[in-house]
Design a protein around this ligand. Structure first.
Ligand code: SF4
Length: 498
């Protein structure tokens, strides 16, 4: 469907397009008064006040609405252009909701981190009632989602009471870019371990170098490390010996590993887990692992190219448990092809038999680069209402089993415009997930496809540095990338100590 937008300059194009996508699949936005299926026109009045009208063939009369920036709003009022943008967002969503009958649970928010917005309001000195009012009456967030944000923020502050001071330290992400095979929905830097994308040994040599150099810098500058997270790919797709050597280098190079608050290794693909690898994880005091069923339907697993069975997930989970892993996370994905509420109910029944310490519930997102998106027509996915129903099922299941939500993020093109939520049993929250989602400290990325996110101490300003995604380029250039990162760390932390 195409939508013509009239009365605004193109400066607003991106935000209007994002908001239109909440209501219409792949809308074509036409700028100015043009032939179109749907017309929305804006009239800018004085004093941060505007009017929007929507015309459509199904309507006898245009839908019209008026809004002015509220006097009571206390958050972030410095920039007039920003305030006008909020007025326009409000109006556009208002007329689109009236026309479509679709109520947007996240209101005008299209960003990835709604919890970060709540933290910003909290740090700006707003109290609970003021934050609620801003979110509900200006950002149009539903009562239910405001409540969810409140619970998450409260939980985060309980497990990380020094959340606002973490910018003086760092966390470290280590990317291992190999998996047994590539899943259909995957956009991570993941290469089949037996494929032709550069040698695993050469990659590991580069990674040892990066860990040593970064560890030395952190030790020399006495920068504390809050969490270390091995992701990828699948970090357990390398051999037990290779894992052992890597963790040894980590412990030898990093300052005070015993003060690192959390060490996580994703063991996402059950087909990579062996007793020897679990022993290695135990030996190096890995606190938390992830074993990801994604679905408890063999047919689905096959359709998305996971190449492991439900039975194998359960068997490997039990093995890890028997061998002493006490903090296991599981990921489930809502809306995988061919799955609806019936399959979701079964996945939750199976999860109940295992009771992992944390459960991350993702909603399927069609990311541009995935095989699934390129062949979207081949995959039958649930309707908006079914997605919402499955989301509600997981939310009440977690509630009944004493899991609490502790982090949340949203993605573009996420089915039903919902969210991904991490739930955990008390005191089993992943600190790394909180730190990365709320962007409260620098995360140094080592290994393939790892992006370093620099959070400037004091200001919270963010910039990034990305390591190469493919092992071949990484193997050729890891020294240069390491130098660049150490330079940036010098700049960042010298600034902090001025
Ligand atoms: S296991 Fe994870 S990282 Fe590996 S291919 Fe599948 S989705 Fe991608």
């Amino acid at each position: 469907m195409n939508v013509s937008i009239h009365g605004l300059d193109r400066h607003y194009e991106q935000q209007i397009t994002h908001l239109a996508q909440l209501f219409i699949e792949e809308p074509e936005i036409l700028w100015g008064e043009q032939e179109a299926d749907l017309h929305v026109s804006f009239e800018l009045l004085s004093n941060l006040k505007a009017r929007a009208s929507l015309r459509h063939a199904s309507l006898e009369q245009p839908l019209t609405t008026l809004f002015s920036y509220p006097e009571w709003s206390m958050f972030d009022r410095a920039d007039e252009q920003k305030l006008m943008k909020r007025v326009l967002n409000y109006l556009f969503v208002d007329v689109m909701e009236q026309w479509s009958g679709l109520k947007q649970p996240w209101g005008v928010l299209t960003g990835v981190r709604p919890t970060k917005l709540m933290h910003q309001m909290r740090r700006a000195g707003l109290n609970r009632e003021q934050i609620r009012k801003e979110l509900k009456d200006l950002y149009r967030v539903s009562e239910e989602k405001v409540g969810l944000l409140e619970r998450i923020v409260e939980r985060q502050l309980a497990v990380l009471p020094d959340l606002d001071e973490l910018d003086r330290g760092v966390s470290v992400y280590i990317g291992i870019p190999f998996c047994p095979t590539k899943c259909a929905y995957c956009t991570f830097p993941a290469y089949a371990i037996n494929g032709k994308n550069g040698s695993v040994e050469a990659f590991l040599a580069g990674l040892h170098y990066e860990i040593e150099a970064t560890g030395k810098w952190l030790t020399d500058h006495q920068i504390p490390v809050t969490t270390v997270y091995f992701g990828g790919g699948t970090p357990t797709s390398i051999t037990a010996e290779q894992m052992d050597a890597l963790y040894e280098t980590l412990y030898d190079s990093f300052p005070a590993m015993n003060q690192v608050r959390e060490l996580t290794v994703e063991a996402g693909r059950p087909d990579t887990i062996t007793p020897e690898k679990i022993e290695v994880l135990k030996k190096w005091n890995v606190d938390r692992i992830s074993i990801n069923p994604q679905s408890f339907e063999n047919e689905t697993l096959q359709a998305i190219g996971r190449h492991h069975s439900v039975e194998e997930t359960i068997e490997k989970y039990k093995m890890a448990r028997d061998l002493g892993m006490e903090n296991i996370n599981m990921d489930l994905i809502i809306g995988l092809p061919g799955e609806g509420p019936k399959e979701m109910a079964r996945s939750l029944e199976e999860t109940e038999k295992l009771m992992p310490e944390s459960l991350t519930v993702h909603t399927l997102s069609f990311k541009r680069a995935s095989t699934m998106t390129k062949n979207r027509d081949k995959y039958k996915v649930a309707t908006r209402d079914e997605i919402a129903e499955m989301m509600a099922m997981t939310s009440s299941w977690t509630e009944d089993h004493e899991y609490a939500p502790y982090y949340l993020y949203r993605q573009k093109n996420i089915l039903g415009n919902l969210e991904n939520v991490g739930y955990a049993l008390p005191e089993k929250e992943s600190l790394y997930n909180i730190v990365i989602m709320e962007e409260v400290q620098t995360i140094i990325g080592l290994g393939c496809g790892a992006t370093s996110k620099w959070v400037e101490p004091g200001t919270g300003n963010i910039s990034r540095h990305a390591n190469p995604k493919d092992p071949r380029t990484y193997n050729e250039r890891f020294k240069q990338y390491t130098e660049e990162k150490l330079d940036k760390l010098n700049e960042l932390f010298q600034y902090a100590t001025k």
